[in-house]
Design a protein around this ligand. Structure first.
Ligand SMILES: [Zn+2]
Length: 182
């Protein structure tokens, strides 16, 4: 599904490079058309008056402008899982390396905060209350499914607890890895 990239870093970059003249007129859309690529498009509405007679030359000049503005980039996206602890639901959004990934997004259901749980989060069923209790407990103690690696350079990371009971031990054992709340 295509969506508009708000506060686009790419538009800012194009402005800085003087490729485009203003930030407001341009829109950045992302089209995720399959699992392995996204199409990024930056464009602005071209104003060509329908009754104006355009000579071939003028038309060419305008088309040139359009092509200059429309740039397409392909990059490999990755899915980030966001979860709303109120709705007990998660959803995925695609990001790529050019784009800063937010810590939270607005929940599409309740409008509240949906937290970024990273790439590997598997959401429990909405009705699995104990599982969601465990997640709320972990978040409260600074664990948002960030990777916990016991030694730098090690590829394997610590597995997150399966149950609320295990989570109580987990937050003590790995307290040094907790995200400090601001
Ligand atoms: Zn929600």
């Amino acid at each position: 599904m295509p969506y508009q990239v708000k506060k686009s870093k790419w538009i800012e970059e194009l402005k800085n490079l003087d490729v485009i003249d203003s930030l407001d007129e341009y829109k950045h859309y992302r089209l995720c058309f399959n699992a392995c690529a996204v199409l990024d498009v930056v464009f602005k509405k071209l104003e060509i008056e329908p009754y104006q007679k355009l000579t071939a030359d003028r038309l060419r000049r305008r088309l040139k402008l359009a092509l200059y503005v429309l740039r397409v980039s392909m990059s490999t996206p990755y899915d980030m899982a966001f979860a709303c602890l109120e709705c007990q639901r998660s959803f995925k959004r695609q990001f790529d390396l050019l784009e800063a990934c937010p810590e939270s997004l607005k929940c599409p259901r309740c409008g509240g905060e949906a937290l970024n749980f990273g790439r590997h989060f598997k959401a429990p069923r909405k009705t699995a209350k104990r599982q969601w209790d465990k997640i709320r407990f972990l978040v409260k103690h600074g664990f948002r499914f960030q990777k916990i690696r016991l030694a730098s350079g090690r590829q394997d990371s610590v597995a997150y607890p399966e149950t609320l009971e295990e989570a109580r031990e987990f937050i003590v054992k790995f307290k040094d890895y907790a995200i400090k709340s601001k």
